[in-house]
Write a protein that binds this ligand. Sequence first.
Ligand code: LR7
Ligand code: MN
Length: 573
Amino acid sequence: MHVLYSQNSLFFCVRDRTHPDDLPFRQPHVLTVLYINQRHSLFSNNDEDLLKFRRKRFISYQELETKRSGPGENGKPVYLEGKEKELADSLFEKEAFNRLASDKIALDRSIPDVRDSKCKDIEYPKELPTASIIIIFHNEAWSPLLRTAHSVVNRSPPEYLHEVILLDDFSDKPHLGQKLKDYIGETWPDGIVKLVRTMERSGLIRARLAGAKAATGDVVVFLDSHCEANIQWLEPLLARIKGDRTRILCNEIDLIDANTLQYGGTGSSSVGGFWWSLHFSWRPIPHHEVQRRKSSVDPIRSPTMAGGLFAADRKYFFEIGAYDPGMDVWGGENLEISFRVWMCGGSLEFIPCSRVGHIFRSSHPYTFPGNKDTHGINSMRLAEVWMDGYKRLFYSHRKELLKSDAGDLTERIELRQRLKCKSFKWYLDNVYPEKFIPDEKVRAYGMVRNAESNMCLDTLGKDEKKTFDTGVYSCQNGASQAEVFTLSLQDEIRREESCMTSNGEPGSTVPFQECHGREDQKWMHNKEKELIIHKMSNLCLDRAEEGNGGSVRVKTCDDSPSQKWTFEHYLDV
Ligand code: LR7
Ligand code: MN
């Protein structure tokens, strides 16, 4: 590592940084970052003085927190009216959150303690590893960014808070230039908050890598740039890492409303999953995990993480391969690190007593250089390296990507070999046994064709997270994932998460609803007679309407051609 210090100026550069801890991971994209140290000369290198100053700041915030008043205090919503509301609404379209409301709220506002009351009884060890909090941002609005930094400084005990790194990923908004530097210097003269800038737009994955490389604490904790850390959020994460450095830990993510900035607790009833299209999903805690845990505040093992908010032992983070530096801008890195951590001997947990709020925005308030589908290509990289044969299920959703180039994967494949990671099948069997695999251990799958009309069952592009009616569409002969259905061993006709359901009324449609295993979702397929029969009502699935987008219904079985269906593939089970 070559660090060029310059005592006289506020800057020093970190160049071609290859930290010994980074090995065995070597990154092809060497990032140059400008590292701006903000510590004021007032604070000599006397660590004791520094800690005293920080303790005083920490304690005085705690003492005053409950006495505060003003808009948004205690996490209350802010409502705008009249002209202000109009302006806020128009900004909302660009920024995907209510910037005016956010600007009205103090940068160090109070928020409610939304933890399970049992958390207050937990005693954490006094000796804990120190943490570098890494907050990456690209063109983030002023108030959410600084509220994130304030919340971290005010709610992290100074003895564990090594530094807060604001990692600017090449923003060009004026408020993030000198103004930000000055604000940091004035607000935190002790240098606890540092500003680091990348010299090119890196995307969130390489920005986090740059942040982790600049960090020097025992643990790295990543946060998005629109978060609020809640009371005692850090200690449970650090204690868990102290117990085992191969644990990757996620706080519970509370909802900060994008419109009112209300801080809302969200409970601890979910874990991370994924769709085969490699999008992240929340899922209820599976039964086996509910049984394994003894208390509602015990860590929750999770197959995946949402991505933005997590803690890891810094050296371990690099040992297991940090991130894939070949991934651009946004997307995919969360599943990549999740699969990798489990497959390569680590684990992933949500910690109910550690809570951080996040502003959920419905769109990205920044550009994607080159308008690239970075989620698609990033996911392709992870599928190629980590998913073995199961990558077929990703490509069945993203057929067009088969023609794309994922770039050089050599380093990532070598990493997997070097770490002797287990197979993706092992991950599915052991970490995520409830994940539905549409073409394994099933009776039949593929297109469900009505021969007479050459029409196929089709989701018609509906949002599968909600209840939706299927219909028929001309058979696309494998070209459309919307026509892939499975007849499961449990007699469901299903998609990834939803099952064909009938209330048994003759003539009624058959909505797809979340699979629940009860009788109204059980079907019998008679392969010889080509019938699909709703077991509970003995009614037959019927192509009720002509033409693309026509409905399917259940009707009294009458042997008519509109009731004849065949699956594309049958498995011997
Ligand atoms: O080019 C970029 N450079 C950046 O530094 C693009 C983004 N960023 C920053 C950005 O300013 C922000 O701080 O990266 C961070 C994440 O970007 P967001 O907030 O636009 O992402 P998101 O919250 O919509 O998306 C989630 O999934 C992403 C997948 O790549 C990341 O992992 C995000 O961190 C992740 N956010 C969370 O997990 C928060 C909880 C959301 C849920 C559920
Ligand atoms: Mn975010």
